[in-house]
Design a protein around this ligand. Structure first.
Ligand code: SF4
Length: 703
């Protein structure tokens, strides 16, 4: 007698932007059991998983899950919950206009969820007010790619990290945040330079670590551009044939002598020269950057300062070369492909009149948004001012993750209608909700995600939804139908949504639509349900010219700008908006821990990942600890002009004097006064709207 049946499902890890393939085995029967291993066939990880991915099976189960809709704390059936929501949204729109409502999405959502949310808000409700927590992690990289390359188009692939002579990791602790990519670099014995104010697991493995002054990256790469010119390390032919605005950019960078750059960056001239020389001499160089560059009030300029150095040396579109922005979340890229950012329309199109018209005809939409909506920080300000009167927050926790987080909670409490759909029942944001809707999560839902190298992979279901949980795309389509748009939201399967999304990417796609051409996946527009089920990981563009996908972009030296040339951007380095003062004499930096993810709602369930600390550990340089009379392990308080945080002191020389570090994972519901983001000013980058999280002025005291 067969006691159990084992079923193996190939899916994708729900954590970081590496997007590793996971093979989940579900043994049903007397001893039901789920186990996971790396998918050896997936090109991102080739069978490897980091400690978080390896513990995925331990995070499953109904404990802590939201299982039924709840309205004002009482359980309701789906029909009455959705009726209530639709009535409230319809009345708010009728009385106050489309811009009085908003959706706030998440890089955890699948592309199909994102697509229908964007379509409903921008095509039918008629507002651009759809933004996403991806605004907090990579929107400056998007803005910089668009300014320079003409589209939000990542040039590189993961093999470039192995084929490079040199990888420059800027503002990235990849050993902890993108472990499988870091392992790939190590296995390839690629030379590594790490540029990061603090010593980390990544810098320990580096050939050279430049612990620069926080926020001085723009000056550093201006200094590098000048050095490359002085040393005749430029690719003059590439610059002449494929770029514009080089001379004025070099002129702006020209003032950054090695001495001035070293002083601004707080490093020795000799160390700076060592980095510059390595860069100049390494024909194949990848710059690999992440939140340390993006989470800045001048993050877009910093991205462009890096891209400038790659254009100046022609190191883009070639094996082992390129400016490579690495996304933090599993589907930050998929979200931006379908218009999850308030300033994008759909399929990488902007709010140009002809693009609004084209998308409107494709969707048969009667009420297209005519311009961008509000970006995250401005969106929650509008909630606070009472201008947004109904907001639906999906799969994210802005009451923990947004800057000045306590203010977000207060704004939501005043908002007439807050809907939160999530898989977990108790989060800081869920506590502010009028209506809570139970959503499915990893292992229970079907769809696609796109990782940092533009690779579209399937997330596949191997578990039944618990309780009455529904898929996000189904809940969105239910609302659309109740608002009267049923015909355009009559999907039965995520493959139908994916087909439509792929068709839109190629709809009337012709010269004059550079951004859209970059992203085109129209070869997948006729995919059957069976083919969708079996879809193998593939890198966009996927079209007639590249039916098997595209490993890297710009190999032909043609860019997606109107002129076909890449744009140099002169960068005037700016100091962080949040400056230290007598009242707040220290800088707080923040980031992930190795074994945890976001607000620990999933990773906190796995025993082997659980950190036994009940509160965040605050890393403090020994001199600062002595000056503040703090012992290792002691309770401490950080205070900024915005809020406070309680944590436990960890005294370490990994921190520079005058700078602290705390992890981002704790929330009020886990431990009061423990949100790092509550300390941050809502200072934003003017181009991207991304908040500055990496340099927060604070003071420190023992408790
Ligand atoms: Fe998951 Fe990222 Fe770890 Fe891969 S590296 S297993 S995607 S957390």
């Amino acid at each position: 007698i067969e006691r159990f049946r084992a079923q193996k499902t190939c899916t994708t890890c729900p954590y970081c932007g590496v997007g590793c393939g996971v093979a989940a085995t579900h043994k049903r029967g007397v001893n039901e059991e789920i186990s996971v291993e790396g998918d050896a066939q997936h090109p991102a990880n080739l069978g490897r998983l980091c400690v978080k991915g390896s513990a995925l099976a331990e995070t499953l189960g109904e404990r802590g899950r939201l299982l039924r809709p709840r309205l004002h704390g009482r359980e309701h059936d789906w029909d009455s919950a959705m009726d209530y929501m639709a009535r409230k949204f319809a009345r708010t729109i009728a009385e106050h206009g489309p811009d009085s409502v908003a959706f706030y999405l998440s890089g955890q959502l699948l592309t199909e969820d994102y697509y229908v949310a964007n379509k409903l808000m921008k095509g039918f409700i008629g507002s651009g007010n759809v933004d996403t927590n991806s605004r907090l992690c990579m929107s400056s990289a998007v803005a910089a790619y668009k300014r320079s390359l003409g589209a939000d188009a990542v040039p590189c692939c993961y093999e470039d990290l192995e084929e490079a002579d040199l990888v420059v990791l800027v503002g990235s602790n990849a050993a902890w945040t993108h472990p499988i990519l870091f392992q790939r670099m190590q296995a390839a014995q690629t030379k590594l330079v790490v540029i990061d104010p603090r010593a980390s697991a990544t810098s320990e493995m580096a050939d050279l670590h430049l612990p620069i002054t926080p926020g001085s990256d723009g000056a550093l790469f201006n200094g590098l551009l000048r050095f490359l010119s002085e040393e005749n390390a430029l690719d003059r032919e590439f610059i002449a044939n494929h770029t514009e605005h080089f001379e004025e950019t070099l002129q702006t960078a020209g003032e950054w002598t090695p001495e001035k750059t070293a002083e601004r960056c707080g490093v020795a001239v000799a160390d700076l020269q060592a980095f510059f020389t390595l860069f100049a001499r390494s024909e194949r160089t990848v710059s690999f950057y992440s939140q340390g560059i993006n989470q800045s009030s001048s993050g877009t300029d910093k991205n462009n300062a890096i891209i400038n150095c790659h254009l100046a040396t022609g190191r883009i579109g070639k094996p082992g070369s390129g400016p490579f922005s690495i996304t933090g979340q599993p589907n930050a890229m998929g979200g931006r492909e379908v218009g999850g950012l308030a300033n994008m329309l759909a399929a990488h199109m902007n709010f140009e009149a002809e693009e609004i018209d084209r998308v409107g005809r494709f969707w048969r939409a009667g009420n297209m948004a005519q311009g961008p909506g509000l970006k995250a920080v401005d969106l929650f300000r509008a909630v606070e001012r009472g201008e947004i009167k109904a907001i639906w927050i999906m799969a994210t926790n802005p009451a923990v993750s947004m800057p000045d987080a306590a203010r977000i909670g207060r704004a939501l409490e005043k908002c007439p209608l807050v809907v939160v759909s999530d898989c977990v029942a108790d989060t800081d944001t869920a506590r502010c909700a009028d209506l809570l809707l139970p959503a499915t999560t990893w292992g229970e839902k079907n769809g696609t995600v796109t990782n940092s190298e533009r690779r579209i992979s399937r997330q596949r279901r191997f578990l039944a939804p618990p309780g009455e949980a529904r898929h996000d795309w189904q809940i969105i389509c239910d609302l659309a139908q109740r608002l009267g748009y049923g015909e355009q939201f009559d999907y039965r399967h995520p493959a139908e949504i994916f087909r439509e999304h792929a068709a839109l990417s190629g709809f009337e796609n012709q010269p004059g639509t550079p951004g859209q051409r970059a992203f085109d996946i129209s070869a997948l527009a006729d995919i059957s349900e069976r083919e969708y089920d079996q879809l193998q990981p593939v890198q966009w563009p996927v079209n007639n010219a590249n039916p098997g996908g595209s490993r890297r972009l710009f190999a032909d030296g043609r860019f997606f700008t109107d002129s076909g040339r890449a744009q140099f951007l002169p960068v005037e380095p700016l100091a962080p908006q949040q400056q230290r003062s007598g009242d707040y004499p220290l800088w707080l930096n923040s980031g992930r821990m190795r074994d945890q993810w976001h607000t620990m709602t999933r990773t906190g369930r796995a025993r082997k990942l659980l950190d036994h600390s009940e509160m965040p550990q605050v890393q403090i340089h020994p001199t600062d600890a002595r000056d503040c009379a703090i012992d290792d392990g002691q309770l401490v308080e950080l205070a900024s002009a915005r809020g406070r945080l309680r944590g436990r002191a960890q005294i370490t020389a990994a921190q520079k004097q005058g700078e602290l570090f705390a992890p981002i994972h704790w929330s009020e519901s886990l431990a009061g006064d423990s949100r790092v983001s509550a300390l941050a000013e809502p200072a934003i980058d003017p181009h991207s709207g991304q908040p500055e999280f990496k340099q927060v002025a604070v003071r420190l005291r023992p408790l």
